[in-house]
Design a protein around this ligand. Sequence first.
Ligand code: ADP
Length: 371
Amino acid sequence: MHKTEILLVDDRPENLLALEGVLRAPDYAIYKAGSGQEALSLVLQHRFAVALIDVQMPEMDGFELAELIRGSGETEALPIIFVTAGVRDQEMTFKGFEAGAVDFLHKPLNDRIVRSKVRVFVELDRQRVLLEERVAEVQKAREAIAASHDELSRFAYVASHDIKEPLRMISSYLTLLQQNYREKLDAEASEYIGHAVEGAKRLASLTDSLIRYSRVGTVGIDATPSDVAQIVKEVLHDLSASIAERHATVNVGYLPTVTCDRWQIRQLFQNLISNAIKFTKDRAPEVSIRAVEEPGAWRFSVSDNGIGISDSHIQKIFEPFTRLNPHYEFAGDGIGLSVCKIIVERHHGRIRVDSTPGQGSSFSFTLPREV
Ligand code: ADP
């Protein structure tokens, strides 16, 4: 049985014995200290539910002892009940509360009052113990989930890597077959090989995406102050071929420096900007990249004038392997946004999308000033 620990402090042994007699109960562990010094060493070794401290003691009186207890981070939360001699002196009561008392007991002590006042704090302590146990259980469960998630990600990573090699072999031989036996194969056979080459390419791209997805959740965050304007500049440079090909215009506003994992935030912008360019039909893409200040965070947005996303799909698009359009219209594996979501959440931010079908979408995410 968990015993609740109670501390009694009094320089007179007969008072300690009397109080102990009043409070004795099978689920209480009562500790007695005959001086302030003794009490201080006990409070450092135990977690008392409450301390009953006599105010008048030689050397260190009850108030001084209470101030020392309150002054230390380890013991400051210990509830203190002062035991005072007779008179309910207002000045004394005031001093006592200032020293950190939660309550008073006046001599001569009434047994029932002593027991019921102590019981209040014993009950509080039990609740605290229960709460701590629950917190520890939740923490353990979270660690177990995180460990199994890590294991699964590592498995996906290793498996994808192992798949890559035989897949590369299939692709190469299919391509050789396609190139070297073109004349010998009839149209139907060529078409079948064409489909097989296409399938192998898709599978290779899916494996790469799976590797990206499983990696991003397990590698640590290397947070350093990073100039987001510079990051976006580099991303736009990498995307310059598709920007030119699609005749896209990209408008970049002021972008701040934030503490983040530079590589991951680069990946995040890379995914959002390439989607903004990709998911446009019948018009040249117009992309706008902005940052606005919010309390404690920056909100970044990547907006486009593309095909948009209907309300019914908006909840789903951050889930892995979600694609809303047929492959022949827009290529992709449906991994980019789920990677974005993991990156933002690992930076303690939030990602969302606002969109009007046929008019465009705006993906925005927050990054706290301090990660
Ligand atoms: P992918 O681009 O490889 O398909 P993503 O995870 O990046 O995968 O995106 C998931 C889906 O969300 C896309 O297939 C597309 O249907 C939709 N989507 C993403 N970005 C946009 C956008 N800017 N405009 C319209 N639809 C988008």
